[in-house]
Ligand binder design. Structure first.
Ligand code: ADP
Ligand code: MG
Length: 283
């Protein structure tokens, strides 16, 4: 049995929540979502493991600023080259957050369902309470294997028709893999464009897909700045609107209150207005 000092004693009796973050269309914000939700959930006090299953396009390590620390990967664990705890990179800012990259390079080790399931079982044994899998784009065999241990899914889409159509396809695929607990995250929302009738509102997107809404994230240049700095938005001292929106989605995911910020802060009113606006409730 693997031991882990940093994470304390394993709570094997509680099953972890295993979620896959997926989309269908690439480049819509899966990795951004995995990094920011993962970091937020860790900050709420849970033990969180993030799995980068996007082989070949691995970049979750970059978003988290952990790229220099990836020595071993999941493939090394599967091949018996190292132990799981050696491949897990613990975040120095939040020690209850860990990252596991499945593969460092494009060499395509044939990762099986069994590999992924053994991995999540071992992570459960280490006491992780949330396991978020950043999924490869597309719907090939890599996708099927990556999602196999998941019990829940977060589908990321932008309010564009191509992304929505691909999200709808993925919903069907998840269902055929017995994943029925699916939530929607609408990313890169532009209130100005919605107002001009140039973009679908979040409510329109949600109604088209018929999936419960976890959150809506605005288009925000800070997302790109954060990516380049390797510092998730939700760690910023002065939160941006997109950071607040991610925090909010994380709180909803763990079943806490919807709004992170309290009445005293100016952000709440602002965020509430934006959220209402996204949902088309503005007066
Ligand atoms: P995926 O993992 O689905 O391929 P990423 O999370 O890597 O997508 O995001 C793709 C690109 O879009 C990145 O350059 C990222 O910085 C940018 N991006 C994602 N979400 C937003 C947003 N809300 N506002 C602005 N840029 C965003
Ligand atoms: Mg990605």
């Amino acid at each position: 049995m693997l031991q882990n000092e940093t994470l304390g004693s394993p709570t094997a009796e509680t099953e972890p929540r295993i979620l896959v973050v997926t989309s269908g269309k690439g480049g819509v914000g899966k990795t951004t979502t995995t990094a920011n939700l993962g970091m937020s959930i860790a900050r709420l006090g849970y033990r969180v493991a993030l799995i980068d299953a996007d082989i070949g396009l691995r970049n979750l390590d970059l978003l988290l600023g952990l790229e220099n620390r990836v020595l071993y990967t999941g493939v090394d664990v599967f091949e018996g080259q190292c132990r799981l705890d050696q491949a897990l990179i613990r975040d120095k800012r939040w020690k209850n957050l860990a990252l596991l990259s499945i593969s460092k390079n494009r060499h395509r080790y044939n990762i099986t369902r069994r590999n992924m399931e053994t991995l999540t079982d071992s992570l459960a044994g280490l006491g992780f309470q949330f396991i978020l899998i950043d999924c490869p784009a597309g719907i090939d065999v890599g996708f099927i294997n990556a999602v196999s241990p998941a019990k829940e899914a977060i589908i990321v889409t932008t309010p564009e028709i191509t992304s929505i159509r691909d999200a709808d396809r993925v919903t069907g695929l998840l269902e055929s893999n017995q994943i029925y607990n699916v939530k929607l995250l609408v990313n890169r929302v532009r209130p100005d464009m919605i107002q001009q009738n140039d973009m679908m509102s979040v409510r329109d997107v949600q109604e088209m897909l018929g999936i419960p809404l976890l959150g809506a994230i605005p288009e925000d240049n800070q997302v790109i700045i954060s990516t380049n700095r390797g510092e998730p938005l939700v760690l910023r001292k002065k939160l941006t609107l997109s950071g607040i929106a991610f925090e909010n989605a994380a709180r909803r995911l763990v079943g806490k209150q919807d709004y992170l910020v309290d009445l005293e802060t100016p952000y709440k009113g602002l965020f509430q207005r934006v959220q209402d606006f996204f949902l088309g409730d503005e007066k």
